[in-house]
Design a protein around this ligand. Sequence first.
Ligand SMILES: Nc1ncnc2c1ncn2[C@@H]1O[C@H](COP(=O)(O)OP(=O)(O)O)[C@@H](O)[C@H]1O
Ligand SMILES: [Mg+2]
Length: 243
Amino acid sequence: MALLQVSDLTVAYGRVTALTDVSLAVEEGQIVTVLGANGAGKSTLLRAILGAAPARSGTISFAGEDVTRVPAHARVARGLILVPEGRRILISLTVEENLLLGAHLRSDQPAIRREIDAIYERFSNLGQRRHMLASCLSGGEQQMLAIGRAMMARPRLMMLDEPSLGLAPLFVSRIFDLIRELNRDGLSVLLVEQNAGKALSVAHRATVLELGRATMTGDPKTLAADPRLQEAYLGEGAKIPAA
Ligand SMILES: Nc1ncnc2c1ncn2[C@@H]1O[C@H](COP(=O)(O)OP(=O)(O)O)[C@@H](O)[C@H]1O
Ligand SMILES: [Mg+2]
């Protein structure tokens, strides 16, 4: 059984239908990527999985439980964690306060401390700036902090909404390396991206959304070679790096 199973999901904002009959699964231990142009419905899909956008029809099950009618906060408590678009960290709090916020549902203080120190070890930039305001961080560092904060919630599935958007190339590579590392440590990931090449190079499965419909699903290498995807997301003659 899949960790996350989305079946025939339809989501509308008033009269605007953002998703139509979308189905998608994330198996335990997998990275699944959802690709699509601006406005395709990628953020809506993540928000609906989290419970922040209402499902008009269809079902969402997580860890063997139908959570379609479960409120967002209770889904978070079950380990469904979203790193939203635009890395919404709290810039008036320090780096450490942001990380502690990620652990606000937990009470295991010694483990929280150990995990925060492990994050500082992994990201020395954050460690050095732990008592500084998050507003002092670069965009790439803020994204690392947003992911670190999500880790502090002990996710069973981490959903990332365009984590590489607007970052300098060095940080883009570091973000994808990090996603791969976290996955190797056992984390399941649902990754929304416009950077199709990078996303396909880390993913086990991929789905393409177009105007709210899942039009292609499959093995990343197969999708990467598909001329429709090449044309739509990679520009003429573009090549996707081998995984
Ligand atoms: N809060 C909202 N109210 C009304 N329409 C929305 C809202 N959020 C998104 N939409 C519409 O839903 C569609 C999908 O948007 P979105 O999920 O943000 O796409 P993506 O993340 O792929 O860019 C778009 O047509 C967008 O205009
Ligand atoms: Mg979006």
